[in-house]
Design a protein around this ligand. Sequence first.
Ligand code: HEM
Length: 538
Amino acid sequence: MAAQNKPEVVKSSNPQLARFRRLPRQLRRRSPFSGSIEPKRVPLIALGSSRPTLPFPHPWNYGKPIEILETFFHNADLDESSSRHNRYLDVPGFTPVLVTRDPALIRAISMMTGDKPGMFDRDTLPSSGIARATGADTLLYANGAKWKRQKKLSTPPFARTSLFVPERFHEFEETFRATVRKRLGAVRDTVAIKGEPLRVELEPEIKAIMLEMLVVNFFGAEVSYDEIRNRYVPALDTVINHIVRDTVVNKLGIPLYRVPSLTNGIAEAKEAQRDFERLTDLVIAPRVTGKGQWGQFKSDAPDDLLRGNIRVFLAGALEATTSYASWALSHLAHSPEWQDRIADEVAGIDSYSPESLASAECLNLALMETLRLTPSLYFHPRRATSETLVTTHAEQTIKIPDRTHILLDVWHANRHEDHWGEEITGHRADRFEPDRWNELERRGRSAKDMLHFGFGHGPRFCPGKSLGQLEVALVVGSCVKLFRFAAVNSHNQARAGVSTKPADGVRVDIHLRDRRDGPVSQTKSGSGRMKCPFNHGA
Ligand code: HEM
């Protein structure tokens, strides 16, 4: 941590007392923040303004979280001062909420998140639904000493040093590649037999491949692809949709198994939760034999201690990798030029070793640009554990009161012209332009200077980065190698829940890249109708 970022610790006060103490200031509408960074207040109600929605989640807007963040910055660009990137909500009787789309402040607060006294916590409020579905003692949800213990316990098998050891990597990568080849090979056969482009939504198929790679290849579990695609992917979808709704609606924090099955929705969510448990069992089962990456897991911690984290890896990693690969394919579906550039590059790559991955320059640029423009995790929640002075690299300061909820709004930071626009990168910030990274390099700005926070930053950085990048590069590289795909819809809007995804599910027309490719196997169903090429069991 930079010396200037050592937190100035002021002991945390009793929450009720704190609420009472801040009331007079709140009623006088004075800012709770001090320092050279001066966030501006957003009104709770702004009748007659064209704000997209109210600046907090409620049962009618929780499905549009990006609009809620946008509301904080409504008309902020008319403000010429530096505070245009920092906004707050301060309703009397409630804890203040600070929202920042300033990369310098996002970086400083991320670096000051951890288990030391005075550091920020990850705010558990936006993930209370996740905790009810996965357990609270997990790497994602826990804070302080519990988080540190979880980190030590659960991250080594995911680390670059475990995954990218040359003698182990090859075997491991080969099983991943075989999975991707098998699934995409089936699509290639279908297109070849059909003799014309195939219209599909790629996202559900990517999700099934990602879950297969995680469950079968990474954890060594014995589950058929049909079960993965037709049972576990829908179950996880239901669990994740339930998590998003539950976070906003279930204010009493009642666990799902205690809720009576009064509606079909609740009954379905309970059934999905049972499948989620079954999948967790299947993933833990190979631990005794050391199959998959379990051999790298040296801890003697009992299975029960790991279950919460396994659930987080299954649901969270699936969401994040599906989002990342879906966005990359969606951007490429709108950019034939970049598809061709990547296709030329990966034509000669047969195995995705760390070296070949590093040398696939166009693929890497496209993936980096994907995470910048459309980060899978669109905001990172933090909470002050004491009154904390934050100092950015440019020596800007802000004193943040104890318990403040903080939303590090990566989505809007990454697409703002001030930070990533033509003046700095040579390209408009809201466009998919992988070349901007070359331009930045030409201008002497490294990726280290220009953080997009796609995998987070600081102590709570993503432990699954190496695994996730490998999976995404394999899926995207293999798709581009086999197919040309064109977007059906000209605009790819975002939808967001736990992560962001292209709103149209990556609806594309797929053509074979090399028309000389004939079918490898017959995949036509008996009725003469085209089977869904990914759905072998249906
Ligand atoms: C490739 C796609 C992925 C993306 C874009 C991604 C993104 C992120 C980001 C941005 C964070 C930090 C959030 C914050 O600061 O609040 C994070 C944390 C985390 N990620 Fe990932 N992730 C990906 C894949 C994975 C995979 C494959 C796993 C595990 C198998 C994983 C497990 C986790 C966990 C457990 C945390 C919490 C770490 C902590 O709090 O110490 N992620 N991820």
